[in-house]
Design a protein around this ligand. Structure first.
Ligand SMILES: NC(=O)c1ccc[n+]([C@@H]2O[C@H](COP(=O)([O-])OP(=O)(O)OC[C@H]3O[C@@H](n4cnc5c(N)ncnc54)[C@H](O)[C@@H]3O)[C@@H](O)[C@H]2O)c1
Length: 365
């Protein structure tokens, strides 16, 4: 019981949900618990003005429920702005499962989670995120239609990660065009941090273009596997942030641009797949601007995955998926220029465009 560990006065001070900094006017937050399967999940529905809240499910071994709640709130809010700026008729939502995906993810747990998703009647539609595979979504699909990112063999658009990576690559090229006057990445020094599903596909795009790629990950086996496939170098140092590079591509988890790292950064561009790269959007966005580091907003350039899964709802084909994803190049360039013209951070510029679209739809209703 909560009262056994925190006295009620402390709870009052903390305002556990509505008072959270990352709460930011979420419409609905659903806590799901199932004793038999060990499921502990939180579904965050941030905003449904543009459409149903679509966003992936992350399974992570959070150190506390606070951490899980904060993560789902930040992620679902990010989805609202990602879909809005990409021009999709979707709202923002996300789910987190508390636990180790390697040891605690069972078919029973995924099915139970699917039942909870189903109980929301389509207000929230799930997909995969960190710790989830297409096969998990296939399983969820057996208990609810409110799931995307299912296998191509089952009528879905398949694994979104290569499309996400391609969108990030487009955003990175746009940032290079803006910063260096050319979008050719040949010989540019790029550090990819996190070589999971998206990171590896990004490495492939970059090595095809002739970039000088360094890879970093906490998984040594994975590092060796990716190095052997693409002839890239494993970063052997202890502080990647301070290394001299042209582009830093965060592709692991969020908040790597923070009070500790920001002054060490020795890069010209930040463009990666991870969600919520800036620990504090306003403060760190401003600091990057002051330091002349071009930041390609994460929620803008990592939208390839949502474009891919949206195809399952709207029935558009591969060609249209690629066209929409390639358009990330144009939008990124526009946003970088807008930030300059208005003397605001690139994050704020992207956010303003997304918010304007949401406000316009709200006014139409
Ligand atoms: N999969 C998608 O389509 C998609 C779409 C949009 C955004 N994203 C975001 O992109 C990021 C990567 O997603 P993914 O699907 O590739 O996940 P993934 O789980 O496949 O890969 C994450 C990788 O990061 C590594 N990692 C974790 N902590 C690390 C650390 N401290 N330093 C270095 N490496 C670390 C892991 O070992 C793993 O290899 C996530 O933030 C995710 O939310 C993914």
């Amino acid at each position: 019981m909560v009262t056994e560990v925190i006295n009620t006065n402390e709870l009052h001070k903390m305002d556990p949900v509505f008072g959270q900094m990352s709460f930011d006017n979420h419409e609905q937050i659903v806590f799901c618990n199932d004793k038999d399967t060990g499921l502990k999940a939180i579904i965050g529905i941030h905003n449904t003005v543009l459409g149903p809240a679509l966003g992936g499910t992350r399974m992570w071994n959070y150190t506390s429920e606070w951490e899980a709640l904060n993560d789902v709130l930040r992620l679902s809010r990010g989805m609202t702005y990602k879909s809005a700026i990409t021009g999709l008729n979707l709202g923002g939502g996300k789910a987190v499962l508390i636990g180790d995906a390697k040891t605690q993810k069972t078919p029973e747990l995924m099915l139970k989670f699917g039942e909870f998703v189903h109980s929301l009647g389509g207000k929230y539609i799930t997909a995969e995120d960190v710790g989830m595979a297409t096969s998990d979504m296939d399983l969820v699909r057996t208990v609810t239609p409110y799931v995307t990112g299912i296998s191509e063999s089952k009528g879905g658009a398949g694994n979104p990660s290569p499309i996400t990576a391609y969108g990030v690559f487009m955003g990175m090229k746009a940032a290079a065009k803006y910063k260096f006057g050319s979008d050719v990445l040949e010989d540019k020094v790029v550090y990819v941090q996190g070589i999971g599903n998206v990171g590896e596909a990004l490495v492939e795009n970059l090595s095809n273009e002739g970039a000088k790629v360094y890879i970093a990950d906490i998984n040594q086996e994975r590092l060796e596997e990716v190095r052997d496939k693409y002839s890239v170098e494993i970063y052997g140092g202890s502080n990647l942030y301070a290394e001299k590079m042209d582009i830093y591509a965060p592709c692991a988890l969020g908040a790597t641009v923070n009070d500790f790292t920001i002054n060490q950064l020795n890069t010209k561009i930040i463009a990666g797949a991870a969600n919520n790269q800036l620990a504090e959007e306003q403060k760190h966005g401003k600091m990057l601007r002051e330091r002349g580091i071009v930041y390609a907003p994460d929620f803008l350039i990592n939208a390839g995955g949502i474009i891919n899964v949206y195809a399952e709802l709207e029935n558009y084909d591969r060609k249209e998926i690629m066209r929409k994803t390639e358009n990330i190049y144009n939008t990124t360039l526009e946003i970088l220029k807008k930030a300059d013209t208005e003397n605001i951070t690139t994050h704020q510029a992207a956010f303003n465009v997304a918010q304007a679209r949401i406000d316009a739809r709200k006014n139409e209703k």
